[in-house]
Design a protein around this ligand. Sequence first.
Ligand SMILES: [Zn+2]
Ligand SMILES: [Zn+2]
Length: 281
Amino acid sequence: MPLGAHVTISGGVFKAPERARALTCDCMQIFSKNQMQWKAKPLTAEDADRFIAGLEEHDIVQTVIHDSYLINLASPDEMLLERSRDAFLDEMMRAKKLGVRYLIFHPGAHVGSGEQKGIQRIAESLNWASSRFGSSDVELLLEITAGQGSVLGHSFEQLAGIMDLLDDRSSAGICFDTCHAYAAGYDVRTPKGYERTIEQLDDYLGIDKLRAVHLNDSKGKLGSRLDRHEEIGKGHIGLEGFANIVNDSRLEDLPMVLETPHGEKRYAHELKTLRSLVRKS
Ligand SMILES: [Zn+2]
Ligand SMILES: [Zn+2]
């Protein structure tokens, strides 16, 4: 399975493929712009061409984009919601320009307005963006969340609730984050708990909807609802938990990327650890 990490785009998005390869990544995740700012300079055709050529040159087999942390597609604040939708549509267009098929995002936070309203607003936001985008080149991947505060999407049931309200379900998929799932109460650490988790995912969403995995250990305990990533093997999920995932043949074609706290300083080491967990068949 392709293993990789979230790499920075400092110096330009086209620098990411080389950086990823230097860290021994087969696949990668990037932000397509500064994730803490609403606006970004438009991507030029030259940036995009260099990026795409870099993927080929450095043999990065899959890329996913994570959207900006500022975006909240469930915001009850009209102005913030409008800003979020515009920014999200822009993320979709940037992904298309870069030839990246998957855009990963946290569904949103209802900020006190209630779970049902929040779920509805997220689906409306996605329908709004998809109708304006007008192409099926970019798939929107709802990421499972830890459920901190009023953040939605911390159960397969909630994710399915959003999916069911979409005008076009075929343009959406799921990103499974190990830390978030564990903090949300899915025990991926034991083989039995992991199996049950995948079964539930399949029941609510269909395992064919799973498109990407975030590999993060968890600083918080099972069900803690804490979104605190930890280095692989040093948290509550531990190496036995990651062994369940990297040996699951149902997931073997999915891009799996690290978003662990030490970033590029430790990714090569962590990828080596993950690869050592793969059982030779
Ligand atoms: Zn994640
Ligand atoms: Zn997280």
